[in-house]
Write a protein that binds this ligand. Structure first.
Ligand SMILES: [Zn+2]
Length: 426
C-alpha cells in the first residue's frame, strides 16, 4: 500500500509520481459502507478546531446501525485525530488526510484502517470533511497538476511588475517605477545630452529590476522558469542585454507582448500563459531537454549514456550515475528473498504481472548457499527502489511522460536510461 509522504520532501517529478500513484490506489478503494474519511485542512484553520469537529463526527457516528461500518468510521476518526495531535500547528500549505478501512482481499471484516497524509505542493483552498464510500481525491489531484513556481516580469521604460505563478495561483510581489523621463526632451536641453542621460537612467533602472528579480526569483522563491513581457521593444532589449542573473537569463521560457506593465502587465501575462498552455509545454520542454541530453550522449559513443534495466541498476548501485530517466509506464517490482537461515539474498526486478509466479519459483527452490527452504520475501516498487539508491549516491531521478515523442525514445531503450559521471574501468 502507499506510504505516507513526508513534509520536507521537495516537489519534484518523483514525489509527484509517487503521490499520483498513491491517489490512483486510493481511487480504486470503495468502502462497503460510508466509512472512508477525507479531510482537507486549509492553511489558516487551527488544528484544535478540526480535532473538535472530528470528535463531534465521532459522536454522531455512534448512531450508525451497521456494527462494521460504525467501528470502521470510529476507528478512522480516532486514527485521524491521533495523527492531527502530532502537529503543533497547521502546515504552511495545509494538510490532506485520507483514512479508512482498506480491504485486505481476505473478505469483509478483515479490513485494516490505514491513514495517508499529504502535505500538498500549494495551499489547500477548501475546508472539507467527508465520510463516504470513496475517498475524495479530486481536489488534491487538481493541485498536483502544475507545481512549478514561475517568475513573471512585466516591463517597460516606466514601470515593472514582478510576480510569481504557481499552478493556477499568481500574485504580484513588487512593482517598481523608473523615474526615467519620456522620450521627448524639454526645451533648452541638447538632444545628445538628453539621450545620454536617459540611457544612463534606463541602465540604472534595468539593473535595479535585475536586483529585485534576483531577490524575489532566486532568494525568496526558487523559480523554475521566467516569463518576460511588456509593450514594445523594452522587454526584448532587457533580455538581449542580459541584465538578469544567469540563472534567470538561462531559464527564460517565453517573451510575450502585452499592452500593460506593472501589476496589470503581470495579470495580462498570466492570462496569456493560460490561453497558450505555456506551463504544460514547459514541463514537456524540460523533459525534451533531458532526453535530448541523454540521447546525444548515447549517440556520441563516449560510453556515458547507458540504457536497459540491468545496466542502469548496476551502475546506480556503483554510485556512478548522474541522471536516470524512466518513463512513467514502467511497472516493475523489486523482489528480494532472504534466506532466514544464512541471510543469503536473491534479488530480482520483475514485471508486476509475474510477481506471484516468480515468488513461487524462488521459494520452491532451496537456498543456493545452505539449502534451507525458509525465506523472508520483501517487495518494493521499482521507482521507490531507484529513489532510495539515488539518495545514497546523489543521482538525479526524473520520471518522463511515456506519451510523448521523447518518452517513446526512452521506451524503445527499455524505458530506462542513465548518464554516468565517468566511464567505468572495465
Ligand atoms: Zn541460506
Amino acid at each position: 500500500m502507499p506510504q505516507q509522504v513526508k513534509d520536507e520532501e521537495k516537489w519534484d517529478s518523483v514525489k509527484k509520481y509517487k503521490i499520483t500513484k498513491m491517489l490512483n490506489d486510493l481511487s480504486k478503494i470503495s468502502g462497503h459502507g460510508t466509512e472512508l474519511v477525507t479531510v482537507y485542512i486549509p492553511p489558516r484553520r487551527p488544528i484544535f478546531d478540526i480535532i473538535s469537529q472530528l470528535r463531534n463526527e465521532a459522536g454522531t457516528a455512534t448512531n450508525i446501525k451497521s456494527d462494521l461500518t460504525r467501528t470502521h468510521v470510529q476507528d478512522a476518526l480516532s486514527k485521524t485525530i491521533e495523527q492531527l495531535k502530532l502537529y503543533k500547528e497547521t502546515p504552511d500549505n495545509g494538510l490532506v488526510i485520507f483514512c479508512g478501512a482498506i480491504p485486505t482481499g481476505k473478505g469483509i471484516g478483515t479490513e485494516k484502517v490505514e491513514l495517508f497524509t499529504i502535505s500538498p505542493p500549494k495551499p489547500v483552498q477548501i475546508n472539507l470533511y467527508r465520510c463516504d464510500d470513496h475517498f475524495w481525491i479530486d481536489h488534491i489531484k487538481e493541485m498536483l497538476k502544475d507545481d512549478k513556481v514561475i517568475g513573471i516580469i512585466a516591463i517597460d521604460t516606466q514601470e515593472t511588475g514582478l510576480g510569481i505563478l504557481t499552478g493556477d495561483r499568481w500574485q504580484t510581489i513588487e512593482t517598481l517605477t523608473s523615474g526615467v523621463a519620456g522620450k521627448h526632451r524639454q526645451g533648452g536641453q541638447s538632444a545628445r545630452r538628453f539621450e545620454r542621460l536617459r540611457d544612463n537612467e534606463l541602465n540604472e533602472y534595468y539593473h535595479r529590476v535585475a536586483d529585485y528579480a534576483q531577490k524575489i526569483f532566486i532568494d525568496q522563491f526558487t523559480v523554475k522558469g521566467l516569463i518576460v513581457g511588456g509593450p514594445g521593444p523594452t522587454k526584448d532589449n532587457f533580455v538581449k542585454e542580459e541584465y538578469l542573473d544567469y540563472r534567470l537569463q538561462n531559464n527564460i521560457i517565453s517573451i510575450l507582448d502585452t499592452s500593460y506593465t506593472g501589476d496589470e502587465g503581470v495579470r495580462e501575462i498570466i492570462d496569456k500563459v493560460n490561453e497558450q498552455g505555456i506551463m504544460s509545454e514547459f514541463r514537456l520542454m524540460e523533459e525534451k531537454k533531458l532526453v535530448k541530453k541523454f540521447m546525444s550522449e548515447v549517440h556520441s559513443g563516449r560510453g556515458l549514456g547507458i540504457y536497459g534495466l540491468n545496466e542502469v541498476v548496476d551502475k546506480l548501485k556503483s554510485g556512478i550515475t548522474d541522471l536516470i530517466v524512466v518513463t512513467d509506464d514502467i511497472e516493475l517490482v523489486k523482489l528480494e528473498a532472504i534466506c532466514k537461515k544464512c541471510n543469503n539474498s536473491i534479488e530480482k526486478i520483475i514485471d508486476k504481472e509475474h510477481l506471484i509466479e516468480t515468488k513461487q519459483n524462488i521459494i520452491s527452490k532451496p537456498c543456493p548457499n545452505c539449502s534451507s527452504m525458509d525465506y523472508m520475501i520483501k517487495e518494493k516498487d521499482f521507482i521507490d527502489y531507484l529513489e532510495e539508491l539515488s539518495v545514497l549516491s546523489g543521482n538525479r531521478l526524473e520520471i518522463i511522460s511515456s506519451k510523448t515523442e521523447e518518452g517513446n525514445q526512452i521506451q524503445s531503450l527499455g524505458k530506462i536510461g542513465a548518464l554516468l559521471r565517468f566511464k567505468p574501468i572495465n
